[in-house]
Design a protein around this ligand. Structure first.
Ligand code: NAP
Length: 288
């Protein structure tokens, strides 16, 4: 195994970046954790901390300088998200780092139904334009969010119809990311990172129901109903549009993607709902 000497990990205060950082630390890899708030950086061996946000080109360039690879986690929903991602990709190039692993989304495209998937497409395009040795991990919808989607009422609501999705656990995405960071042969490649079963939301609801022992159902909505049922959150329109579009993308078949990436690169089958509960019973709590 040809291990890069120093890996920059962004998003290390978050769920996915935190998992990747923990796995790299366990593998004895030196890391530079690039975080917005150093006081929240995970306490791990062999780490340096750098402070940067995706709005700050200079801080990012400095944070990435001298590293052998960057794990670039996509940013939180923000109206400036594309600009932030492009700033981050440009900073990788400006720092003279070639290798970058970016967390994208299945079927990212310029006109994706899921509006946030368009951001990922633009970011992937920038990785190619900058001629970086990138790997795009096109992740499916997080399996971890299934109880959150069901909420306290146990109803998954949205205009997804009988469209299907192969949800994937963040643990599995982290395993794939680490394999891609620590081995060769993944340069200028796009991988779909998904579970191994395409299911409708009604089927995912039934699975959650069986595992949790509480009734969980799926309620198909019209677009209008979806906006109405989310009105009480008081979120800005562009946020609600993203939420609703994620269900419309399922209905359109955009998330009907299944791959063997987890099995092939992580070396184990995709994690099931039951395994997530066994690993951490708090998975069933209706918060992400
Ligand atoms: N595939 C899916 O179903 C799905 C679902 C939700 C999100 N996502 C995407 O996947 C990403 C990773 O997921 P996650 O579960 O790890 O999310 P998370 O727990 O919210 O972590 C996001 C991480 O990114 C950092 N971050 C966000 N915006 C940033 C910015 N503008 N500049 C610098 N750092 C920034 C956060 O820093 P702080 O700790 O300082 O906030 C945090 O460390 C998310 O950010 C989102 O883009 C995918």
């Amino acid at each position: 195994m040809d291990t890069p000497k120093l890996i920059a990990v962004t998003g290390a205060t978050g769920a996915l970046g935190g998992r990747v950082a923990a796995r790299l630390a366990a593998a004895g890899v030196r890391q530079r954790l690039v975080v917005r708030d150093p006081s929240r950086a995970p306490d791990l061996p062999n780490v340096e901390i750098a402070q940067a946000t995706y709005d700050d080109a200079d801080a990012l360039r400095e944070a990435f300088a001298g590293t052998d690879a960057v794990f670039l986690v996509s940013a939180a929903e923000d109206q400036e998200r594309v600009r932030q991602h492009l700033t981050a990709v440009d900073a990788v190039a400006a720092a003279g780092v070639e290798r970058v692993v970016y967390t994208s989304f299945v079927n990212a495209s310029a006109d994706a139904t899921f509006t946030l998937a368009r951001h990922h497409w633009l970011t992937e395009e920038r990785l190619r334009e900058r001629d970086l040795a990138y790997t795009a991990l096109r992740d499916s919808m997080y399996l971890d969010f299934l109880p959150f989607m069901a909420g306290a009422a146990g109803v998954i609501r949205g205009p997804a119809g009988d469209g299907r999705v192969a949800m994937v656990a963040r643990d599995d995405i982290a395993d794939v990311a680490v394999a891609v960071l620590l081995t060769e042969g993944h340069e200028r490649v796009t991988y779909d990172v998904t579970g191994d079963r395409l299911q409708t939301l009604a089927e995912w609801a039934a699975e959650l129901s069986a595992v949790s022992g509480r009734p969980v159902t799926f309620q198909d909505e019209t677009v209008e109903e979806a906006w109405q049922s989310r009105a009480s959150y008081g979120a800005p329109d562009w946020v609600v549009e993203g939420w609703v579009a994620s269900y419309l993308a399922i209905a359109a078949g955009d998330l009907a993607v299944v791959s063997d990436t987890v099995e092939r690169l992580a070396g184990h089958p995709p994690t099931t709902v039951r395994q997530l509960v066994e690993r951490d019973p708090s998975f069933l709590e209706p918060s992400p």
